[in-house]
Write a protein that binds this ligand. Structure first.
Ligand SMILES: CC(C)(COP(=O)(O)OP(=O)(O)OC[C@H]1O[C@@H](n2cnc3c(N)ncnc32)[C@H](O)[C@@H]1OP(=O)(O)O)[C@@H](O)C(=O)NCCC(=O)NCCS
Length: 183
């Protein structure tokens, strides 16, 4: 499907069959996410969801970092964005982000956060207005994980501090257990 025909909708908990199918082996996570207040947006093609992304205003687990991200009042966090393989490189992710950002603006949100770890689609993040704030690297050390943070070049100091604070990073390095959580 061409991106011009892409339609982005907020998926409602009672109408999530196509989302569950799109999420494949992770489809069984959908209802628990809705139940704890997460929202989901999807690019739909007829009856099918071909790309999706989740939006949270409360704490979310960042599996890659074994850390929680807690948006402040008026903020939200975009996570678990995914485009099904046959539909990649057609602008679906960019269209999805555009729609989520527009909705967040309409709803009066003050800031959105997004993470992109080794993500080739960072260009799309920039295209819709996201600016890099923190660079994070994670190293596994004998059942532990070491997260190292550094400011993105040119990032506003206040934003860097805010990002660290949202992730509970009191210093530039955090050593802790590498935990796995279904979320
Ligand atoms: C990352 C992902 C969501 C991108 O989805 P997509 O619908 O293919 O992305 P788009 O077509 O909107 O691409 C937007 C831009 O990102 C960049 N991009 C996307 N995929 C890329 C790739 N594989 N290699 C290089 N650049 C890429 C390009 O700059 C692209 O713009 P362009 O095509 O105009 O050059 C998709 O590859 C995916 O689901 N990956 C697995 C999950 C994941 O990594 N999610 C990350 C966010 S949590």
């Amino acid at each position: 499907m061409s991106v011009q025909r892409a339609r982005v909708v907020e998926i409602q908990p009672g109408h999530a069959t196509a989302l569950v199918a799109a999420m494949g082996s992770e489809g069984n996570r959908v209802q628990a996410r809705f139940a704890r207040g997460c929202r989901c947006f999807g690019v739909v093609d007829g009856e099918d969801v071909i790309a999706y992304g989740w939006l949270s205003t409360r704490s979310e687990w960042i599996g890659e970092l074994s850390l929680e991200f807690t948006p402040d009042e008026g903020e939200a966090y975009i996570w678990n964005c995914f485009t099904l393989a046959p539909h990649r490189r057609l602008g679906m992710y960019r269209a999805l982000l555009h729609a989520i950002v527009a909705r967040a603006r309409d709803e009066g949100m003050s800031r959105l956060w997004i993470g992109s770890i080794d993500d080739p689609a960072e260009k799309a993040d920039a295209d819709v207005g996201f600016a890099p704030v923190l660079h994070l690297t994670v190293t596994a050390v004998a059942g532990l994980r070491l997260v190292r943070a550094r400011p993105a070049p040119g990032a506003h100091v206040g934003l860097v501090e805010a990002a660290r604070e949202r992730m509970g990073l009191r210093s530039w390095r955090a050593l802790g257990p590498a935990r796995h959580r279904i979320h």
